[in-house]
Design a protein around this ligand. Structure first.
Ligand SMILES: CC(C)(COP(=O)(O)OP(=O)(O)OC[C@H]1O[C@@H](n2cnc3c(N)ncnc32)[C@H](O)[C@@H]1OP(=O)(O)O)[C@@H](O)C(=O)NCCC(=O)NCCS
Length: 205
């Protein structure tokens, strides 16, 4: 068994976050969007470009209020394996609705329980910030991620389209009516609400 830790992201993590995000995105979404849209990502969206975005959002949260956003990373002995971000849901009717904006695990580390640990820890933190409902938008063509969210209790609540560089991509929205539901029944050590970090066990792959 190897252990990984879920903790708050720091500005210094931005370069490694850019690497994980871009490698995971390109590995997962190939074939899930029009070739031209994917090629534009490959050409223009380097780990360095993504890192600049992460550094900015860690320094200045989207709505200017760090108490409304959560950005976490999973790491194993200093190596960053995955990331998650969440905060107020854009355009939601209620200010108590939050959304997961990004959840990416490095392709070499899928199936170790890292995605589940990141999502559950983020959900607990979002609940602590006062949010009640949680939603996530996932490309409708992203079967593996949809399977993951369904396995974690998400229910399909709607369909929409996202604009990817001018290409309108169908997305499915998954929701949890009580964000705390996700943070329950975590196998392994119980989350210590006083601690900023959480260590989780997972199998070696
Ligand atoms: C979706 C993602 C975050 C899942 O992370 P992960 O660390 O591989 O998932 P976990 O190991 O934590 O899986 C937790 C549970 O989800 C379910 N699950 C995971 N992957 C699945 C898949 N491809 N299909 C169906 N169910 C799946 C399983 O029930 C699993 O539990 P189990 O291993 O005990 O059976 C990861 O695949 C990823 O980063 N994908 C690329 C980026 C992406 O699509 N992100 C989502 C954008 S909205």
């Amino acid at each position: 068994m190897v252990r990984f830790q879920v903790r708050d992201a720091e500005v210094d993590d931005a370069p490694a976050m850019g690497l994980v995000m871009v490698e995971s995105f390109l590995s997962a979404h190939r074939g899930q969007m029009p070739d031209a849209a994917f090629a534009k990502r490959v050409d223009e969206w380097t780990p360095e470009v993504s890192a600049v975005g992460w550094a900015r959002s860690l320094a200045e949260p989207a709505d200017g209020n760090p108490d409304r956003d959560v950005v976490l990373v999973a790491e194993d002995r200093g190596r960053l394996l995955g990331l998650v971000s969440g905060g107020a849901a854009e355009g939601a009717a209620s200010s108590t609705t939050c959304e997961i904006g990004a959840l990416y695990v490095h392709p070499q580390h899928l199936g170790r329980g890292i995605g589940r640990a990141l999502l559950r820890t983020a959900a607990g933190r979002l609940a602590d910030l006062g949010y009640t409902e949680l939603q996530v938008r996932v490309l409708s063509a992203n079967g593996p991620a949809r399977g993951f969210y369904e396995a974690l209790g998400g229910h399909e609540t709607g369909q929409a389209v996202d604009d990817e560089e001018g290409y309108l991509l169908p997305v499915t929205i998954y929701g949890w009516t009580d964000v705390k539901d996700l943070d329950r029944d975590e196998p392994g050590p119980r989350r210590d609400r006083g601690s900023r970090a959480r260590t989780v066990s997972g199998p070696i792959i």
